[in-house]
Design a protein around this ligand. Structure first.
Ligand code: GCU
Length: 326
């Protein structure tokens, strides 16, 4: 082999080794969620993934699997706990089954208004809740805005009396189940992905969600009345397994946390536009948005708080702390 050939071989060999070590150094984290690509939360998490990749010089990559491709929220949480997934975007209602601290977010009419809710979510209590699942093998890294949830059905729901005898789809959250019982309906827990068909075929008569999810899931095609009782404000939550977090260096962990916080701010901006846009889109296909008097709903769920006081002192303490925040 002449000299120039030897040099070429060395250069190619070095490039190969360098290339291989770069590939080996990159960590790919899998993130699962159940919304489609048009949902604001998918866009916010895409920004999160881009920022992480850029700031770690490609060493940490986040691959997002939308549309429940890797399973519904519960299945995704289980896959994450088994180590097959790294991150899951779920929400406080679904997470209640994994760690009870999230229950507070599922209590109806606990927050005085949006500002109160934001203060709790972004303050000390919110952080405590995100950290509360550590012993279950994962932690929350950020909340995403998800508006207020209201009932929708083939008829307007103006007072709790209208829910009587109706089968209402709820998330698998004990608090949501209790809320619907207190309002006089029959709670039916079901995964989000099964709801379109369930509404269409009359397996359930009603459901509840925020406006963007209601329209982007096309539930608006099969439930033409969205009654704005705004019973809860349930944030979406991005969680990561302890194992996956510990795979990253402390500098990478910081980049991940900062990027998550930035994407959450971005989401808040996207959310308002998305609520307006999806309301208009729903109206275009014939959905009626019904203003309701929230008082009768608030009255009907009051016994829930007496119950919690008697049976769940820890949650009641949290309720008191939340109420005390001005
Ligand atoms: C919201 C939330 C989802 C959740 C869904 C539901 O759309 O963003 O995380 O799955 O509600 O009602 O199941």
């Amino acid at each position: 082999m002449n000299h120039s050939k030897r040099v070429l071989c060395t250069v190619i060999g070095t490039m190969f080794v360098l290339g291989a070590s770069q590939v080996m150094a990159a960590t790919t984290l899998k993130l699962s969620h159940n919304h489609n690509r048009d949902h604001a939360v998918h866009k916010a998490m895409t920004q999160f993934a881009d920022e992480v990749r850029q700031k770690t010089n490609g060493d940490v990559r986040i691959r997002i699997y939308p549309d429940a491709q890797l399973g519904n929220q519960r299945e995704s949480m289980e896959l994450m706990q088994n180590g097959a997934l790294d991150l899951v975007k779920s929400n406080a209602a679904e997470l209640e089954a994994f760690t009870p601290a999230y229950s507070a977010f599922n209590l109806p009419y606990l927050f005085r208004d949006k500002a109160h809710y934001e203060k709790i979510k972004n303050g000390e209590i919110g952080k405590e809740i995100l950290a509360s699942s550590k012993n279950s093998g994962f932690v929350g890294i950020t909340y995403y805005e998800a508006g207020a949830r209201s009932f929708y059905a083939k008829k307007p729901i103006r007072t709790p009396a209208d829910l009587k005898g109706m089968k209402i789809r709820v998330q698998p959250s004990p608090t949501a189940i209790s809320m619907v019982k207190n309002l006089g309906g029959n709670p039916t827990p079901l995964a989000y992905g099964e709801l379109y068909t369930a509404l269409q075929q009359g397996v359930v008569d009603a459901a509840e969600n925020n406006i963007p999810s209601f329209n982007l899931s096309r539930h608006s095609e099969v439930a033409r009345y969205f009654s704005l009782d705004k019973h809860t404000m349930v944030p979406d939550v991005l969680v990561i397994s302890n194992k996956s977090l510990n795979k990253l260096s402390s500098a990478q962990q910081k980049i991940l946390m900062d990027a998550a916080a930035n994407s959450s701010e971005y989401m808040t901006k996207l959310w308002q536009k998305s609520e307006e846009k999806e309301r208009q889109n729903a109206e275009k296909i014939g959905v009626k948005f019904v203003n309701v008097d929230k008082k009768s709903f608030e009255e009907a769920v009051k016994p829930m708080y007496d119950d919690i006081k008697k049976t769940d002192p820890m949650l009641y303490r949290m309720v008191e702390r939340i109420r005390a925040v001005r």
